[in-house]
Design a protein around this ligand. Structure first.
Ligand code: F6R
Length: 605
């Protein structure tokens, strides 16, 4: 997480950096800071909280410096206060640094430096970087960098200013992303290309172990032993997206309402002879019919998308699917081989655990299919095949259109494989394809009744906790519904497989305990209704999300969704649940687009 940016050129650095930080704020927003290189000194400004606070603090400054670095933070070490905000400066004032990543051996280095008389002022891991640079510095910055970065464990993308070299930004990278942009009489670097696109047209991504030296009229790259290296710059057109909220109060609401259009757009061009065919994986170097098993690996909501996809792939393709959380998969020695393709799902394409899972799969010879929204991104670049989810830029931290396009992409993949494997007849393929095509219109229908969900949500704003239950596909949607609610409303909630409730959790049900029951899967409706009844008889206050309320006890409140084949129901059920979470959070006065403690792109493990 954390966003870093550096600028040197003919323009005033501060406005460029502030604007860049605004686009990077999705990476963390608990504090921010900027360092400007004045002759023989730095001016450093920091603020706790969102970037607005830094903007307010610096608005009357007319700093003419043309070189500077900036940072927006998601804390990994130390509280979220001004002292711990970046940039961090060495005690002698020689180096100032912004950092994205985690230095895992910071404590040991700190102790060693303290024993030599160095004093530290922050609780961060980052502060060891400028201190160590200063310790190794004898007039040669690259040499000090070589020594410093070779002694660090962990991950970093770092931009460095040295007091003796105003006009130069030094950069280093391991694991965390860093891209350099070349402009006219100005050069920049940042964690994400979107922060550079106004000033640069061609870009070069740093690889692990590489260093960059950036001046307004030159960019030089070195490998870890300081040997100069040539790197090519590519023109990369970033998606020009509409970054306004339009008529919506929050980005999240706008993105919820964009879902029909985004899913429609995803399905476009994929339908041939009334069947789904994915050109992206047409040349798959493995006969997919011979795959022993598929792994789907992801984090958070993308993991919940994988749960929904598992049901579709197993049902339609008759291939066993193992779904795993990336942070577990990477450390559990999974039996992955060239016969077990691995699907990595990621909206951002930069999630550290998912990248590590991808690399593990690669090292075992597995084919990796990335289902990714942000292109280019590390996961897209390193996957053997990429299915782009085309959701467009997602600004709200809690994903909505990112998630639903992932689910839709998995359904397309299931239909593609089923077509090749012939596990479905042509008639069945046509049926499911038509069902999928109809989903966007059905979502529109749900969205047109958002007022009903707003009204229903009213009484939940005071609740301390909620349970979401469901079976099979309903459980996949329940897991995502629960995460949506807790991350933006801060109400504790958990999702359970409905049949599991009686094995322990039912002990928590008492008078008026709110239980949201997802029961749209018609095949399992009776079974789920029995579980709901068990909770109701112990006092639970039930809200059902279903396709047909005639089976529900009339004491239950209901949200009715349009009919569709069971396997695709998560795509419909999640819509009222996203709205439910949104309205509950709104009524509680929460900061919906930037919930506390979160960041949009989780680049640390
Ligand atoms: C929740 C949310 C997160 C992400 C997770 C993975 O609303 O957005 O749980 O789904 O951090 O992120 P990506 O998909 O970027 O790998």
């Amino acid at each position: 997480m954390c966003g870093i940016i550096g600028y040197t050129g003919n323009n005033q650095a501060m406005p460029v950096i502030i604007k860049g930080l605004k686009t990077l704020e999705y990476r963390g927003y608990d504090s921010s800071g900027i360092a400007l290189s004045d002759h023989k000194n730095f001016s450093v400004f920091k603020s706790e909280g969102k970037l607005e606070n830094l903007i307010e603090k610096t608005k009357n400054l007319n700093n003419l410096s043309e070189t500077g670095i900036g940072h927006t933070r998601w804390a990994t070490h130390g509280k979220t206060n001004e002292t711990n905000a970046h940039p961090h400066t060495s005690e002698d004032g020689m180096f100032t640094v912004v950092h994205n990543g985690i230095i895992e051996n910071a404590e040991i280095i700190k102790e060693a430096l303290e024993s030599k008389g160095y004093r530290f002022i922050s609780d961060t891991d980052t502060e060891v970087i400028p201190q160590l640079l200063s310790y190794h510095y004898d007039g040669n910055v690259p040499e000090a960098m070589r020594k410093t970065f070779s002694s660090l464990d962990g991950s970093f993308a770092v931009a460095i200013l040295c007091r003796n070299e105003p006009g130069t930004i030094y950069a280093a990278k391991r694991q965390s992303p860093l891209v350099v942009g070349k402009g006219e009489n100005e050069n920049l670097l940042a964690s994400d290309i979107c922060a550079l696109s106004e000033h640069a047209e061609v870009f070069s991504y740093l690889e692990d172990g590489e260093f960059a030296v950036i001046r307004k009229d030159s960019i030089n790259f070195f490998d870890s032993s300081l040997k100069p290296i040539e790197k090519s710059f590519k023109k990369i057109t970033t998606e020009s997206s509409d970054n306004s909220k339009g008529n919506f109060e929050h980005y999240m609401l706008k993105e919820i309402f964009q879902q029909p259009e985004k899913i429609r757009n995803l399905l476009k061009d994929k339908i041939k002879n009334k069947k789904i065919f994915l050109n992206e994986i047409a040349e798959l170097s493995l006969d997919i019919t011979k795959a022993e098993r598929l792994y789907i690996v992801a984090c958070g909501s993308a993991y919940h998308a994988a749960l929904a996809g598992k049901f579709a792939i197993e049902e339609m393709c008759r291939i066993p699917v193992e779904v795993d959380v990336a942070s577990e998969f990477r450390y559990r020695n999974p039996p992955v081989s060239c016969n077990t393709p691995v699907i990595i799902i990621s909206q951002s394409g930069e999630t550290a655990d998912s990248i590590a899972a991808l690399r593990l799969a690669n090292s075992r010879g597995a084919i990796v299919i990335g289902i990714v929204n942000v292109l280019p991104s590390t996961i897209a670049n390193e996957s053997d095949y990429v299915i782009a989810t085309k959701a467009g830029r997602e600004i709200a931290v809690a994903t909505t259109k990112g998630y639903s396009t992932q689910v839709a992409a998995l359904y397309m993949l299931a239909l593609h494989i089923a077509g090749i494997k012939k596990t479905l007849t042509d008639k069945q393929l046509e049926f499911f394809t038509n069902e999928l095509i109809e989903i966007p219109e059905k979502i529109e229908k749900i969205l047109s009744d958002s007022d009903t969900i707003e009204n229903i949500s009213e009484k939940y704003k005071e609740k301390k906790e909620l349970f979401f239950i469901g079976r099979n596909t309903d459980f996949a949607a329940a897991a995502e519904a629960s995460l949506k609610l807790k991350e933006i409303s801060y109400i504790n909630s958990s999702a359970f497989a409905a049949g599991e409730l009686k094995h322990g959790t039912i002990a928590l049900i008492e008078n008026n305990t709110p239980v949201v029951a997802l029961c749209s899967n018609k095949q399992l409706l009776k079974k789920t209704l029995s579980n709901i009844e068990e909770a109701f008889s112990r006092g639970a206050d039930i809200l059902c999300v279903c396709k047909d309320k005639t089976f529900c006890n009339k004491n239950y409140k209901t949200i009715i969704i349009p009919d569709c084949t069971d396997i695709f129901t998560p795509l419909l059920e999640i819509i009222p649940m996203q709205l439910f979470a949104y309205y509950v959070a709104k009524k509680r006065g929460c900061d919906i687009d930037m919930p506390k403690n979160l960041a949009k792109s989780v680049t640390v493990e």
